[in-house]
Design a protein around this ligand. Structure first.
Ligand code: NAD
Ligand code: USQ
Length: 421
């Protein structure tokens, strides 16, 4: 089991970097591939990680220094440079590919025409290129993909959300009943989430047609920053996004409280979402890597979540801990004001996951990082300004909603897909 050759696509990112370190620390032979587009988006948006992140070569050197283990890396755009990627794959011949390499921010994907197109072009081509390359090269690598809970939508189904498939029964004209497991009807809430819904169809096709072994991890919102491995050296520190485009809700609340900014609850705060700590993200990927599906079986879909909470509950938790004020701000997103969410995570629990649950004490670490680096926080980048549609744009008080219809104000050459590394 131990000692697989693993390729981590998107291994320079928030989830990919600590996962690469974790898999290396437990004895796997890890290679990172990344096009560094996330670092370029920081430049494009004039933002930066709260934590100062080192260049990728410095990161892997620091890992070798503290662990004695080597992680190789390659800078390739898997969406655009198919042949370079396929040649790389043919030489490496990994047992497992862990695929994080997509544009992952919902607000960024809704900024305007350029970002919508970039997110779809990048994410669909990235995933499809991986599948095509594996097929063309005849490689039997197990593909582990990071998907999202958002593919299910947040409509409050009234029952526990299953893991990927919905059992249905149809009665034909003769009264005969037919049972089927179908992909759970998808209901994405942003262009980004839409790409994850489309990924599911690509996986279904290639698992069926080419007997590819695929695990799709439907992950909730990740909170926290550091893991056991990233704490081992300052140059290993993980990235921490807090801005209105890439910052996720709990990490944003912790940063906001560190600088005395009111906690920005969108709308009523009745949105219920699924959460998981970054330490559990890396553990879940380990479990998925160790438990591939059989060739010829359907895509193995696991819900990678620890618990569900309402946004206003999160704000209350942080406020109680830090004394921060809570501000109920107009919601820039088109989403239900309140929803139920009851999610099964039976598979990962059965494989041994004992998830970290949110409790005030567990926020200390992230709170400490937020305070330590608070001088790096740009207050102007905290508000979430990207409106989902014209109606939401008006609710935000944007006089000119043209930006919503016509795309963002930044020029083409600023899109990370269109700039040289
Ligand atoms: P991230 O943006 O920090 O990391 C993604 C990495 O992929 C970046 O380093 C980026 O440079 C790279 N990348 C993007 N397109 C690429 C391409 N065409 N070729 C090569 N590299 C490319 O995002 P993250 O938070 O680490 O998320 C990783 C994955 O996990 C995403 O697919 C995301 O949808 C999923 N996920 C994240 C969360 C979360 O809360 N962060 C929750 C659920 C699912
Ligand atoms: N929200 C606030 N205040 C904020 C920021 C967000 O109230 O300051 C609200 C949003 O309106 C939303 C909820 O918090 O209702 C979650 O927003 P988020 O930005 O934390 O998470 P989301 O956009 O859903 O995306 C993140 C990751 C994405 C991943 C997804 C998992 O960026 O890659 O797929 O979480 S899930 O939400 O389960 O689909």
């Amino acid at each position: 089991m131990i000692g697989k050759k693993i390729l981590v696509l998107g291994g320079d990112g928030f989830c990919g970097w600590p996962t690469a370190l974790h898999l290396s620390s437990i004895g796997h032979d890890v290679t990172i591939l990344d096009n560094l587009s996330r670092r370029r988006i920081d430049l494009e948006l004039g933002i930066r990680s709260l934590t100062p992140i080192e260049p990728i070569d410095v990161r892997v050197e620091a890992w070798e220094e503290v662990s004695g283990k080597r992680i190789d890396y390659a800078v390739i755009d898997i969406a655009r440079d198919y042949q370079e990627f396929a040649d790389f794959l043919e030489e490496l011949r990994p047992d497992t590919i862990v695929h994080f390499a997509e544009q992952r921010a919902a607000p960024y994907s809704m900024r305007g025409a350029k970002e919508k197109r970039y997110t779809v072009d990048n994410n669909m081509a990235a995933t499809h290129n991986v599948l095509v390359a594996l097929t063309e090269l005849g490689l039997d690598s197990h593909l582990v993909h990071l998907g999202t809970m958002g593919v299910y939508g947040y409509s409050g189904a009234g029952f526990e959300l299953p893991e990927g498939y919905l059992p249905v029964e149809v009665t034909d004209d003769e009264g005969q009943r037919h049972k089927r497991d179908i992909l759970y009807p998808t209901n994405p809430g942003s262009v980004y989430h839409l790409t994850k819904s489309l990924d599911q169809l690509l996986f279904q096709f290639y698992a069926n047609n080419d007997k590819m072994r695929i695990t799709d991890l439907h992950q909730g919102i990740v909170w926290g920053t550091q893991t056991r491995e990233t704490r081992r050296h300052p140059a290993l520190v993980n990235r921490f996004d807090y801005d209105g485009e890439y910052g996720t809700v709990l990490n944003r609340f912790l940063v906001e409280s560190a600088v005395g900014h009111p906690l920005t609850v969108h709308g009523t705060g009745g949105q219920t979402r699924a959460f998981i700590n970054i330490q559990d993200t890396v553990r879940c990927v380990e479990l998925a890597v160790n438990n591939p599906p059989e060739a010829g079986s359907p895509v193995k879909i696991l819900n990678q979540v620890a618990e569900t909470l309402e946004v206003k509950e999160l704000a209350q938790l942080v406020s109680t801990l830090t004394g921060a004020e809570i501000a109920y701000v107009p919601n820039p997103r088109r989403e239900a004001e309140a929803n139920d969410l009851n999610v099964s995570n039976r598979h990962l629990r059965a494989l041994g996951l004992d998830p970290i649950l949110l409790a005030a004490g567990l926020l200390d670490d992230t709170l400490e990082i937020s305070s330590r680096y608070k001088d790096r926080i740009n207050l102007a980048k905290i508000p979430a300004r990207t409106a989902w549609n014209e109606d939401r744009s008006h609710a935000l008080g944007n006089d000119d909603s043209a930006g919503v219809k016509n795309g963002s104000t930044h020029p083409d050459e600023n899109c990370p897909s269109q700039r040289a590394a």
